[in-house]
Design a binder for this molecule. Sequence first.
Ligand code: SAM
Ligand code: SF4
Length: 336
Amino acid sequence: MSVIAPTNQLIDRFGRRITYVRLSVTDRCDLRCVYCMCEDMTFLPREQLLTLEEMARLGKAFVDLGVHKIRITGGEPLVRRNVLKLFRDLGQLEGLRDLTLTTNGTQLARYAKELKEAGVTRINISLDTLDADRFHKLTRLGDINKVLAGIDAALEAGFQRIKLNAVVLKNRNHDEVVDLVNFAHERGMDISFIEEMPLGVIGDHDRAEAYYSSDEILRDLLREMDLYAVEDNTGGPSHYFRRIGGDYRVGFISPHSHNFCDTCNRVRVTAEGRLLLCLGQEHSMDLRRVLRANPTDDERVRAALIESMDIKPEGHEFNLEAPQPMIFRHMNTTGG
Ligand code: SAM
Ligand code: SF4
């Protein structure tokens, strides 16, 4: 008996259903984190970006096809002018259960309350260190006090959940993992540790030398605290642990040591409207062209999204020892 896939959903050749979209609203940023960007970045000309209206239209097409989680990311999403309008538009989509944001936190003191009012449910804030000098070095530009004020504002605004994200680099911040967990949990936040991914030329360090695995982080944490694995699934790639008696989680995003492709439920859209079917591969579709060629025909946009499922690859091939065909995209262009 042949099974006919429903046409109003996004299901790829491997039977994975896409319910999660990460939408990058800009490749620009007010920081230059050493693992994400090189010092001297060239950004896209503004006219090449999707407009906020086009992004809202795309968001609706995805939700019509069963996507229930959209994460707004970048670059730094909060540096895009008038971005709150996009949050407000997406926040009104019926069927969208989770509207989330990944931010470096520098502008949150200003925007947290309005983001909550617009319908943002959860926020991820990136913070790799608690030390002001280290923060400045890791971000090449940043003032940690702005981020700390942003975290306070987000906590005050009352989102369902706030999670810190920390990229861990050996000999740069690996000795802070216990302090970061304590900082997050004492304030009522989850935290995830991320293994650095080899995206783009960064010119700062050798990624293989800086590699600090999730297993090493877990080992360091277990020396100081009791953690047990939990099955919590937030729709993302994190594996979670909890502290005995604790309310908050420690997550691990481990593209090297624990490949998560078999359960992949997501796609990414770059700020120029390129649909990326896999973080670590180049398979893509030009959605800006589709949107602009069909300014009023949403059916054509949905059809293109369904068609794209035929080119979603089975998985990525990150390998620090023998680099795979080079991925030239930086994380800020990819939409982290
Ligand atoms: N600017 C926002 C921020 O920093 O949260 C959103 C975009 S940023 C690209 C999203 C996430 O990707 C951040 O948590 C950042 O630390 C992480 N990231 C950036 N480059 C990375 C890389 N090469 N490997 C792993 N994570 C990376
Ligand atoms: Fe900017 Fe985020 Fe990349 Fe850091 S990780 S440079 S904050 S986009």
